[in-house]
Design a protein around this ligand. Structure first.
Ligand code: NAP
Ligand code: GDD
Length: 311
C-alpha cells in the first residue's frame, strides 16, 4: 500500500517533533520545514533524523512561513496528503514586542499554505491549522469554552491566530479544501520551550535542587491555564484529519490551575518546604531550609506581565 505523505511546518518545535514521531510510527513519509538559523535548531528532531533518514521516510527542508516561494515549491514538489501547519511565532508575551513579525508568520503564513493548495489544485491534500485557546481571550460567564464561543483575542499572537482561524474556515467553505482548526489549550512536555512558564519553573527548580543560588522572576502567577500533554494532543491533530468531513475542534483537559498552584505542586514533588508572602507585585516565595532559615526562591517582575494578562 502506498505510504501517506505528511508535510509539517514547525517540525523543530515541541509539537512538530512529537507529531513526526507519531506519523512515522504510523508508517507515513514525513517531510518537515526547518527555517534557516545561524545556530543549530534541530535538537528536537535530530534523533528522528538519525533513525529514519536512511529508510527514506524522513526529510528536512529549508523554508519559512514568511517566504511564499519556499512553501509553494515544497507543496508542489512533495504533494503531501496532509499538511500540518504548526509553525508560528508562538510566544504570546513576545508577540507584544514583535507584533508585525508575529502577524506575518502566525497569521499570513497560513494563507501562504492555503494559497499553494488552492493554486496547485491539490484536491486530496488535507490541512491542519494549529489554532489556539488564545482566540477566546476572555472568560465567558460560565468560564466554559466551546467551538461556538466568542473569539476575542487579547494579544498580537491571538489576533494573528484569529486571522489564520478564519482564513482556514474560509478556504474550506469557498474552495472545498479539507481544512481543520484544532483549537488547543496549553500543552506541555519535557520538549516545551524554556521561556514558557511550566518549563521556566521546572528548569529553575531542578537547578535549585542541585544547589543553584538563583532567584526566579515571574509575571502573573494568578493566571490560570488548562495544561495537557503535547504527546496526547498531536494524536488528536492527526485524528482531526482522519474524519470524514472537516470541521474545527476544541481540545482541553477541562481542568485549569493557576501558575501558583503549579509551583506549589512542583515544590511538593521535590519535597521543598515553601512559604508565600505579600501580594500583587510584592509577592515573594521563600524556601524553608533544614535549619529553619529562609531563602528567597521566587519574586514578581513586572517585565513578565503582559499588557493584557488574562487570569
Ligand atoms: P514551538 O515549540 O514554539 O514551535 C514553533 C515552531 O515554529 C518551531 O519549529 C519554529 O522554528 C517554527 N517557526 C517559527 N517561526 C517560523 C517561521 N518564520 N517559518 C517557519 N517556521 C517557524 O510551538 P509548539 O508548542 O510546538 O506549538 C505548535 C503550534 O501550535 C504553534 O503554532 C502554536 O502557536 C500552536 N499552539 C500551541 C499550544 C501549546 O500549548 N503548545 C497551544 C495552542 C496552539 P524554530 O525551532 O527555528 O524556532
Ligand atoms: N512565559 C511566561 N513567563 N509566562 C508567565 C510568567 C513568566 O515569567 N509568569 C507568569 N506567566 C503566565 C503568563 O502570563 C500566562 O498567563 C501563563 O503564565 C502561561 O504562559 P506561557 O507558558 O507563556 O503560555 P501561554 O498560555 O501564554 O501561551 C501558550 O499557550 C497558548 C494556548 O493557550 C503558547 O504555547 C501559545 O502558543 C498557545 O497558543
Amino acid at each position: 500500500m502506498k505510504k501517506k505523505i505528511a508535510l509539517i511546518s514547525g517540525i523543530t518545535g515541541q509539537d512538530g517533533s512529537y507529531l513526526a514521531e507519531f506519523l512515522l510510527k504510523k508508517n507515513y513519509i514525513v517531510h518537515g520545514i526547518k527555517r534557516k538559523s545561524s545556530s543549530f535548531n534541530t535538537e528536537r528532531v535530530d534523533h528522528i533524523y538519525e533513525n529514519y533518514q536512511k529508510s527514506k521516510n524522513f526529510y528536512l527542508h529549508y523554508g519559512d512561513l514568511i517566504d511564499s516561494n519556499s512553501l509553494f515549491n515544497l507543496v508542489h514538489k512533495i504533494k503531501p496528503d496532509e499538511i500540518y501547519n504548526l509553525g508560528a511565532q508562538s510566544h504570546v508575551g513576545h508577540s507584544f514586542e514583535i507584533p508585525e513579525y508575529t502577524s506575518e508568520v502566525t497569521g499570513i503564513g497560513t494563507l501562504r499554505f492555503l494559497e499553494a493548495i488552492r493554486f496547485l489544485n491539490l484536491k486530496k491534500t488535507k490541512f491542519y491549522q494549529a489554532s489556539t485557546s488564545e482566540l477566546f481571550g476572555q472568560k465567558d460567564k460560565r468560564n466554559v469554552f466551546s467551538e461556538r464561543s466568542n473569539l476575542v483575542p487579547k494579544s498580537p499572537y491571538g489576533v494573528s491566530k484569529l486571522y489564520s482561524y478564519w482564513i482556514t474556515k474560509l478556504y474550506r467553505e469557498a474552495y472545498g479544501i479539507f481544512a481543520c482548526n484544532g483549537i488547543l489549550f496549553n500543552h506541555e512536555s519535557p520538549r516545551r520551550g524554556e521561556t514558557f512558564v511550566t518549563r521556566k519553573i521546572t528548569m529553575f527548580l531542578a537547578k535549585k535542587y542541585f544547589g543553584s543560588k538563583e532567584v526566579l522572576k515571574l509575571g502573573n502567577i494568578n493566571a490560570k491555564r488548562d495544561w495537557g500533554h503535547a504527546k496526547d494532543y498531536v494524536e488528536l491533530q492527526w485524528k482531526m484529519l482522519q474524519k470524514k468531513t472537516p470541521t474545527d475542534y476544541v481540545i482541553a483537559t477541562g481542568k485549569s490551575y493557576s501558575v501558583k498552584e503549579f509551583i506549589n505542586f512542583c515544590c511538593n514533588y521535590l519535597k521543598f518546604k515553601i512559604i508565600w508572602k505579600g501580594s500583587g507585585l510584592n509577592t515573594k516565595c521563600f524556601l524553608i531550609k533544614s535549619d529553619g532559615s529562609k531563602e528567597l526562591l521566587i519574586k514578581i517582575d513586572k517585565k513578565y506581565y503582559r499588557p493584557v494578562d488574562i487570569d
